[in-house]
Design a binder for this molecule. Sequence first.
Ligand SMILES: Cc1ncc(COP(=O)(O)O)c(C=O)c1O
Length: 375
Amino acid sequence: MTTTETSFDVNHPVPDRYTPPPAGEMDAIAEVFSDGRLSGGAPVVAFYEQALAGWFKVARAIAVNSGTSALHATLTALEVKPGTEVLVPATAPLPTAMPILTCGATPVIVDTLPRTLALDPTDVERKLSKRTRAAITLPLWGYPTDDTAAAAILTDAGVPVVEDACQAHGTTVRDRYAGTGTAAGCFSTHDRKLLATGEGGFVLTNDPELAERIDFYTHLGHLQGRVHGVNYKLAAPLAAIGLRRLPRLHAQLAARRRHARHILDRLPPGGLLRELAYPDDSQPNYYQLVLTATAHQRETAAALEMLGLPPDSRRYRYRPLHQQPMFAPYASPCPNAEALATSTVQLPVHPNLPEATVEWMAARIATIAREGPTP
Ligand SMILES: Cc1ncc(COP(=O)(O)O)c(C=O)c1O
């Protein structure tokens, strides 16, 4: 890598939007048009679902029209409804938690273990009740979580776990992909995600009965008049895009991991910044590279923003769930999640970034880590 800065404009933030290289999408859409069937009932949607199930090594994939629909349909299929409660980590962004409200259920906000995204088992135990119908785990920013301890408590209590893997396509947790080790995993394929179809999403599960319930719910009960449903089907042209882009996911993951490694290798040992912790034998997908500042957090965030690298708290108003006005009624103390939200900074490492930009970022971030966020 060179240290040239000529391709980088310091007056603009480093773009965090990734546009994948062409994968024959126009041909795929043309094929759908010549077939004439554009709805979610077209054969290409079933092919896409089979391809997803194969890629993620699960029994069933159900394509839907958004990650929000994936979460709402899964919670509904698990009988989350008024009078029930859903445990959700305080690190959750709004789209993780809003589907709980859509079900008419009560979110119960749970703390995470110190300096990680894993559910705090003690807080889970404290907040479990007879009304708890489901729990959500969240590999936020594509970072693997080790929820083994919380999952054991939830399994004992008969509470199914749903993983919101909307940002975690290709993240691995030991020998499995994120979103494949719980009752169901919910994914988004919104334009910003690693697998992008514009809008869209899918649910993965190895539970055939749950798969059927989600499938019937998202397809108007297949118009059989037996069970209630909504229309959350993914339109055929979007499935065709997903089908073409899915095989490229491995190459994208490799590029993101290479960029992240380049920045991480430059961080001085014992410096101000270190990578967010994640379990051994696991790999983030680097939806974002996440660093935690051990001190001077506010100043570090400000210094990165000055460099055109604003953290999510500034770019997207990210904060712990109970600090969002609409979730304030469900607030309870979650000091670990609060500390994590204020100490983390998120950095783009997607494949569109020129090598020169990654090197520029690595050098600046290493300086902040070594010398502190001096103005
Ligand atoms: C963690 C998380 N959950 C849920 C969603 C909702 O996905 P969608 O935008 O496809 O509805 C998103 C996407 O914004 C997300 O990042």
